[in-house]
Design a protein around this ligand. Structure first.
Ligand code: SF4
Ligand code: SF4
Length: 497
């Protein structure tokens, strides 16, 4: 299906429904059109209920998650989800991510992208219509607006009238409530970066760090303007996803579709009843514009696929209500494909191909990446070692003829208790290992202590008397937890002349 770019009066597509557009007329369209304010009407129905449910769940998670506690034992934060910049950790319930493990975020990004592509391949802009933060907060702001200013008709009438005390009061209350929601949205954001109850107390008593107030201010402003004032403008002009989505979709993806094979030719309720009684061919659309009035981006879905359509499904609810009133079957607007419309027009059965090459591919990538991440999380070690060979000098010859190499060995202890590790170097027979500042078990390998949840560096000297070694001999540094026998190792080289 061809898709035109969105303009302030969103562009439309369905050559079979609209009169052919003269190319020269297209070029005469102004490059800029002022914003047409939209007053979406309230609507009841299945998709509206789904949207309310998604709104409550997503906002409930966002505002409530920082207050959920998770016992990790003493000396560890008890917040279930915490981005701990000073401690350089990310906590997510039982998962603790160290800076060395940021590859998990790469996996998460791949999962998120594939989930988005899969949603798009199955049912178009599910993300935009139900889950996108811009959609969710705009929905909330519009609900507040309807509560204070009234539904579409009442709001429109008041806006066209003079400024009265009541109008000023209603506008003031609305903007106050918007600002309160925006402020709490910014407030909730900073709670993910510090212990939430403590930070709430510090914010209230003005003892919180300045950066927390700055971030709350920034997010209050962005939420207030994006959800209160810019609304559909963000989707139409700022967000790149509609363009990307249009390139990724195919003719089998379900989209909110006006079934013009059923709806056309459209006419008024009275006229269509009359024509129907005369046995004339008439469509189900009664041109009531209810689908347009409820649309949060102000488009007419009957004009065809449109970048301005966020696929929220509210026009389906509106049209279903109209169809029910006039005694016609529901789903004149529905999740469907243009391919099906054409098949029905040709007398062929409609087809819904959810299992396609691309949906199977996206689902397979999600399954494989998810499985790898789960496996690595389940088998991750609580101890790790890394080794850096001294660059200059690469080796030194001692007065007794021995060759000595120096290394910086870093040991990570991810447990919340202090641990002692025995260090050994394998691959170099007859070598001696010394660690500056470490205790040595009698006659045994050096023992290195690392505090709870810490990383510690050691200077390690390896000495060998074998004069016939090659210039680079592979060696492996092993550590063994003396209490649990947990092991880790890292490879390097022993250099010589
Ligand atoms: S709500 Fe349904 S009947 Fe009314 S204009 Fe839209 S498509 Fe036609
Ligand atoms: S056309 Fe329908 S599905 Fe698309 S944004 Fe408007 S109301 Fe939502």
């Amino acid at each position: 299906m061809p898709v035109k770019g969105a303009a302030s009066e969103p562009a439309v597509i369905e050559p079979s429904l609209t009169a052919a557009v003269e190319p020269e007329l297209e070029t005469e369209e102004p490059l800029y059109a002022g914003r047409r304010k939209i007053y979406p009407q309230s609507v009841q129905g299945t998709f509206r209920r789904i949207k309310w449910a998604v709104l409550c769940i997503t906002l409930g998670i966002y505002y409530g998650l920082p207050f959920i506690r998770w016992d990790r034992g003493p000396n560890a934060p008890s917040q279930a989800v915490l981005i701990d910049f000073p401690g350089r950790r990310f906590y997510f319930f039982f998962i603790e991510i160290w800076p060395q493990e940021v590859y998990y975020f790469t996996g998460l990004l791949i999962l998120a992208a594939m989930a988005l592509f899969l949603m798009n391949a199955v049912a178009g802009r599910l993300w935009c219509g139900y889950l996108c933060p811009q959609t969710v907060w705009t929905d909330l702001f519009q609900a507040v607006e309807r509560l204070v200013e009234g539904d579409r008709r009442e709001h429109l009438q008041r806006e066209r009238g003079p400024w009265t005390v009541e109008r000023v009061a209603r506008a003031g209350i609305k903007h106050f409530l918007w600002l309160m929601i925006a402020w709490w949205t910014g407030g909730a954001w900073v709670l993910y970066f510090s212990d939430a109850p403590t930070l709430v107390r510090d914010l209230a008593t003005f003892h919180a760090p300045l950066i927390a107030y700055i971030w709350i201010g920034v997010l209050t402003c962005t939420t207030y303007f994006l959800a209160g004032h810019m609304r559909e403008q963000v989707c139409l002009y700022m967000c790149p996803w509609p363009r990307i989505q249009a390139a990724l979709t195919d003719e089998h993806a379900l989209n909110v579709t006006y079934r013009y094979d059923r709806g056309e030719p459209r006419s008024s309720v009275k006229k269509s009843a009359l024509l129907r009684s005369q046995g004339a061919s008439v469509g189900d659309c009664v041109d009531c514009l209810q689908c347009v009035n409820v649309c949060p981006t102000g488009i007419d879905i009957r004009d065809g696929a449109n970048l301005g359509c966020i696929q929220c499904g509210l026009c389906i609810d509106a049209c279903d209500a109209v169809m029910s009133k006039i005694g016609r079957p529901a789903k004149l607007i529905a999740y469907d494909t243009d391919l099906n419309i054409k098949r029905r027009q040709q007398g062929q059965p409609q087809r819904f191909d959810i299992m396609r090459m691309r949906t199977v591919f996206y689902a397979a990538v999600i399954a494989v990446v998810g499985a790898i991440m789960l496996y690595t999380l389940a088998t991750r070690h609580a101890a790790a070692i890394s080794v850096i060979h001294d660059r200059n000098p690469i080796f030194v010859r001692l007065s007794d003829g021995a060759i000595r190499n120096a290394y910086t060995v870093r040991i990570i202890n991810k447990r919340l208790q202090s641990r002692e590790f025995a260090l050994a170097v394998a691959g170099l027979a007859g070598s001696f290992v010394d660690v500056i500042g470490a205790s040595a078990s009698k006659g045994g390998p050096p023992v290195l202590s690392v505090g709870p949840d810490q990383t510690r560096e050691f200077r390690v000297l390896v000495t060998n008397y074998n004069d016939t070694l090659p210039s680079a001999t592979p060696v492996t540094f092993h550590i063994v937890d003396l209490a649990t026998d947990e092991r880790a190792s890292a490879a390097d080289h022993f250099r010589g002349p």
